[in-house]
Design a protein around this ligand. Structure first.
Ligand code: J2J
Length: 539
């Protein structure tokens, strides 16, 4: 039995095929194409290790054969939790070859999330790393196995005492390399290829079924829009499983273009600067909090950044003041990316001013975007409203979540992302906040991002996040969390700065908190939920 998911209505499927958006090829096709035309080009560099396209394909085959022999089969599901490493993509393609749909948990995720994924997906296969504290010994695994009887096979990235090590399988002489083995399990392109994770600002992530057809289209189109070619040398500095560094155009875009992926352990600036210089990286992608750290660290390391041509920034709002610093401080072009694991991806198209002031426009002419008010009516061009979208690579429902899906989609299948946006007549989108992230203080409704933007105009401030907390008198109050550069400044100075930029007294933050680091989500976005909890204690 195949994995059930909310399909596109038949007439949409037909239209997407007819227009050529859906090519009915599996995601593994991109590797096979490179093996055919480009076998000895370097596909991945990870530390001292590098593999060509041919080697990557052979490693994926070796792993797939091993799993096949263990009885892992088409339509099984898997939970994979690996750090940034070469084996992540070996596993990714091995499972695709077998038709096994995996959820790729972030390496920073802990027992709560891992147990929830196992419960929702009932995986038969676990692929984990003993370097993660949960999997350092057998205890947690035993608990999972008791809670979920589905688990049959466990592989670990490195040697450990409760599972077979993937490295033994991949590098031992016992496992012969077989070229092009044919698994009768090979997937159909409209089946679930794997599950992405929602970034949901409240509660646990939901599972997003992504099919070969829809995901491959999003990668292909991203490669076209971003202009990747064989000379692209892309640094994966974000968590490897996140949708942005995987598909926008990310690692899969790199493979599709026959280019080279360089894997960083994290987005820590000095580590990444070394890799950029050593491997002549010309493209990378970051979330805004990481950009702030790069901007602080770059002036002393200019020489290492010479090869970098393009920095993509997305995942959370990127203040205009910082956007303007990118080319000046890092010496490369900026591209803003507004995407979501559920589908829709927007890119700025290298127009200077739009690069700083918008988050781009939909990458495909087939993306349908509506900006609507509370009553679900479209607002006038340029007005703020909620983003609704559907299209050939935007999903039609979370896995096994009928009730949640009811409230996330309208009757016509448009997905409501919860983002508040403005769209101009040419389709360019500006993200101004999230539906549940506005502050209603007395009679004022505050656009959080605007205040954040103004705060960032102060030279001493490196990072900022404004959050709302309930208040008996005013409805809500706001607390500004700030990370300073190296200078010390007092709240009074910051208030004066905001007033000088034209903010009304009623809109000033009610409290200021200074932090040395922002709390971050697994992908490195500012964790506003954690800040709200903290704000409740000070207001
Ligand atoms: C403001 N908010 C943004 C942006 C995402 C490419 C890039 C990012 C993601 C991603 C992705 C934003 N400005 N430029 O999957 O393929 C916020 C929005 C959005 C949510 C999605 C990709 N870019 N956001 O971040 O699923 O609120 O995907 O709905 O993790 O991040 O988060 P996620």
């Amino acid at each position: 039995m195949s994995i059930a998911y909310s399909r596109w209505p038949k007439n949409f499927e037909e239209a997407y095929r007819k227009a050529g958006y859906w090519s009915d090829e599996p995601l593994t096709q991109m590797i096979e194409d490179q093996v055919e035309s480009n076998p000895n080009s370097v596909a991945i560099i990870d530390g001292e290790r590098q593999v060509t396209y041919l080697e990557l394909d052979q490693m994926a085959n070796t792993l797939a054969i091993y799993l096949d022999q263990q009885g892992v089969k088409r339509f099984d599901t898997a939970l994979v939790q690996l750090p940034n490493c070469l084996e992540f993509y070996v596993t990714y393609f091995a499972l695709l070859k077998l038709g096994v749909a995996a959820v790729n948990a972030f390496f920073h995720q802990q027992a709560l999330e891992i147990s929830a994924y196992v419960e929702q997906l009932a995986p038969s296969l676990l692929i984990v790393s003993p370097e993660h504290e949960l999997f350092a010994n057998q205890e947690f695994v035993s608990g999972l196995k008791t809670a979920s009887t589905s688990i049959e096979t466990i592989l670990s990235l490195k040697a450990c005492d409760y599972a077979v090590s993937m490295q033994d399988i991949l590098y031992s002489a016992d496992h012969k390399i077989i070229e092009n083995p044919s698994f009768d399990q090979a997937s159909d392109a409209d089946e679930v290829a794997f599950f992405q994770l929602s970034s949901g600002s409240t509660g646990l992530s939901k599972l997003i079924p992504r099919t070969h057809n829809d995901y491959l289209y999003s990668v292909r189109k991203s490669v076209e829009v971003c202009g990747l070619d064989q000379d692209t040398r892309y640094l994966c500095a974000l968590p490897i499983q996140h949708n942005f560094p995987m598909s926008s155009p990310g690692a899969l875009g790199v493979f599709y273009a026959g280019a080279t992926l360089i894997i960083a352990q994290s987005s820590e600036p000095i580590h990444c600067f070394e890799l950029i210089s050593k491997h002549q990286v010309n493209m990378t992608a970051l979330v805004p909090p990481a950009v702030a750290l790069w901007l602080d660290a770059a002036p002393e390391h200019q020489a290492k950044l010479k090869s970098l041509k393009l920095l993509q920034v997305g995942g959370a709002s990127f203040a205009e003041a910082q956007a303007r610093l990118v080319s000046q401080v890092l010496g490369c072009q900026l591209q803003q990316v507004f995407g979501m694991a559920e589908g829709l991806v927007n890119y700025t198209r290298l127009d200077e001013e739009l690069n700083y002031t918008t988050q781009g426009r939909p990458m495909s002419e087939a993306d349908e975007v509506r900006v609507v008010n509370q009553a679900c009516q479209e607002v006038a061009v340029g007005q703020i409203g909620m983003l609704m979208t559907r299209g050939p690579y935007t999903f039609r429902g979370y896995f096994n979540s009928p009730e949640y899906n009811q409230s996330s989609f309208d009757a016509e299948g448009f997905y409501c992302s919860g983002d508040l946006v403005q769209q101009d007549a040419l389709g360019n989108i500006k993200v101004v906040g999230r539906v549940n992230e506005q502050i209603k203080r007395g009679h004022e409704t505050l656009a959080l991002h605007e205040v954040e933007n103004l705060l960032l105009k102060h030279e001493a401030i490196s990072q900022v996040a404004l959050v709302a907390v309930p208040d008996a008198e005013l409805g809500e109050k706001s607390c500004a969390f700030l990370v300073l550069k190296n200078k010390d400044i007092k709240p009074l100075v910051i208030r004066k700065h905001l007033v000088s930029l034209g903010i009304g007294k009623d809109s000033l933050p009610d409290a200021f908190q200074f932090l040395s680091n922002m709390p971050l989500t697994p992908v490195g976005k500012i964790d506003k939920q954690a800040l709200k909890t903290q704000a409740l204690k000070v207001i």
